[in-house]
Design a protein around this ligand. Structure first.
Ligand code: IMP
Length: 194
């Protein structure tokens, strides 16, 4: 089965392909000549994932999926959430985003947070949603050099290190995106054997 993953991020593509295996072949929009920058102006992760996936579905009429992820901080009523990439400014600068988050949480004792990934799938014209959640806490300062985004501030539940201090494979095993992609992958495998 061939399916379009609406991303331009090669790292995400490889992570997803590693999970879905070789019976499901993932291709990107640019591989079939689609280079649109799809606006992510939805009010929720679900809306954004659906905006991206439905754009590709309408353009190609082919099976496709898209993801959207946010960091949801309990004491900030779920913020930055859907605004995670552009929390501090339109520049999508992780360093500034982390600075802003630490400022907002200064003196706040409830440091509970979660990463949440939503995947929207269009399969044979029908829409499906999958969710992956990683619970954890926000540190008082940055630790570690690996990963990206808010990784240096996020300690997963049951761990004493931030995501930026774990190896890629350790992170992939527990990550919100990994959980959502495994759910998608299982669904596709069951679907193709029905
Ligand atoms: P996207 O939907 O995957 O592009 O994620 C939106 C934003 O959430 C990114 O720009 C990052 O700031 C943040 N983010 C998403 N996934 C992760 C992660 O695994 N670790 C840290 N930050 C992440």
């Amino acid at each position: 089965m061939e399916i379009i993953f609406a991303t331009s991020n090669q790292h995400k593509l490889q992570e997803a392909q590693g999970i879905t295996g070789n019976k499901i072949s993932l291709i990107t929009p640019s591989q079939i000549g689609i280079y649109h920058d799809i606006p992510e102006d939805g009010k929720s992760l679900e809306e954004n994932a659906l905006i991206k996936a439905s754009f590709i579905f309408k353009t190609t009429n082919r099976n496709c999926f898209a993801d959207d992820t946010g960091l949801e901080v309990e004491a900030l009523n779920g913020e930055p959430g859907v605004k995670s990439a552009r929390y501090a400014s339109e520049e999508c600068d992780s360093r500034l985003n982390m600075q802003k988050l630490l400022k907002e949480l200064k003196g706040v004792t409830n440091r509970k947070a979660r990463f949440r990934t939503v995947i929207a799938l269009f399969l044979d014209g029908k829409q499906h949603l999958f969710e992956g959640i990683l619970n954890g806490t926000i540190t008082e300062t940055q630790y570690g050099k690996g990963g990206f985004g808010y990784d240096p501030l996020f300690v997963p539940e049951g761990y004493t290190k931030t995501l930026a201090e774990l190896t890629d494979s350790q992170k992939n095993l527990i990550s919100h995106r990994g959980i959502a992609i495994r759910k998608l992958s299982q669904f596709l495998k069951n679907y193709s054997t029905e």
